[in-house]
Ligand binder design. Structure first.
Ligand code: CO
Ligand code: ZN
Length: 328
């Protein structure tokens, strides 16, 4: 599974530009699917089983990135974020544009009294000396570049958000021998810019219930307060985030299943951020949903860290959830 995680996180596919990661995922899931299709927004929809309940499981395959807004006369590229790009995580980092051009991110010297570091103070140096014959055009998109790192239990990469969710979904699909349900695993697009792929794919599928698989924040590093999630203590069962209250029946189903299978889990109340489940919950006449989260340190930095045991336990939990009849 680690080599799958490496393959997924090393692929460059910011929101709206998911074709590369879709091809990688499609090659993994094609032999496991009863039916596979891509919808108008690029969501990869994989059906397994028929009859029983119609269940949608969403993991977003896009990642944060940047888009060029201006090239100055000395050849420096100004940019804005695709998704939540935090200036404090950028200086010294590297990006790669879709035409192959690499760049390093730097920040203008800042007045020490200035606490905030706006994105407008950052620029990308691609080695150019003027804006004549420049390799980058306005609107060109780049992804962050940082290779996968295996520390044993701890795995580090860019785009663990949410390629780790994609890896969990793929492994759950692989491990699911049979199911009484009609399950739609959806590898969604454009989550980082507002859960847009989940909105259209959920509308098309019209599920009876569902959940997302995504990363959540962490509380177990220096200075990190007010959030009790720890790496290695199990996948998290979401009860609330800033965009959604999970359906209590879904939370119950997940907790009962985890306890029956003797799997570790954590109860999650996330103060900031939300997931594809929010869009699924509000589609059409509404859908009961929840979310299984992988605790992840340094979210939206180029070095997002997860614990491999949490990842494997999330796979087991999902296989248990989908193997048996659901009675909410
Ligand atoms: Co994210
Ligand atoms: Zn995410």
């Amino acid at each position: 599974m680690k080599s799958l995680i490496q393959k997924l996180t090393d692929t460059f596919s910011p929101s709206g530009y998911e074709s590369a990661i879709r091809d990688v995922i499609r090659a993994e899931v094609e032999p496991l699917a009863d039916e596979i299709r891509v919808d108008a927004l690029g969501n990869l929809i994989v059906r397994k089983g028929s009859g029983g309940k119609k269940i949608m499981i969403a993991a977003h395959m896009d990642e944060i990135g940047i888009i060029a807004t201006h090239i100055d006369e000395n050849g420096f590229v100004r940019f804005t974020g695709i998704g939540g790009v935090y200036p404090r995580n950028l200086p010294g980092g590297r990006v790669r544009f879709f035409n192959g051009t690499p760049g390093v991110i730097a920040m203008e010297p800042m007045d020490k009294s200035t606490e905030s570091q706006p994105l407008e103070k950052c620029y990308i140096d691609v080695g150019a000396t003027s804006n004549k014959n420049h390799p980058i055009k306005i609107g060109d998109v780049a992804a962050f570049e940082r290779p996968f790192l295996d520390m044993g239990d701890r795995l580090v990469a860019k785009s663990m958000d949410d390629r780790i969710g994609c890896a969990v979904a793929i492994e759950a699909l692989r491990a699911l021998k049979s199911t009484p349900h009609e399950i739609y695993f959806v590898f969604t697009t454009q989550e980082e810019v507002g859960t847009r792929g989940a909105e259209t794919s959920a509308y098309g599928i019209d599920p009876e219930l569902g959940f997302s698989i995504d990363v959540t924040a962490w509380g177990d590093t220096p200075g990190q307060k007010g959030f009790s999630m720890n790496l290695g203590k199990g996948p998290a069962i979401k009860i609330k985030d800033s965009g959604m209250l999970s359906d209590p029946r879904i939370v119950n189903w997940m907790i009962k299943t985890a306890e029956k299978a003797k799997l570790p889990y954590q109860r999650e109340v996330l103060l900031g951020g939300s997931t594809d489940a929010r869009a699924m919950q509000l589609v059409r006449a509404g859908v009961p949903v929840g979310c299984i989260s992988i605790p992840c340190r340094y979210v939206h930095s180029p070095s997002e860290m997860v614990d491999f045991n949490d990842v494997q336990n999330a796979v087991k939990l999902i296989v248990n959830l989908l193997s048996n009849p659901v009675d909410l």
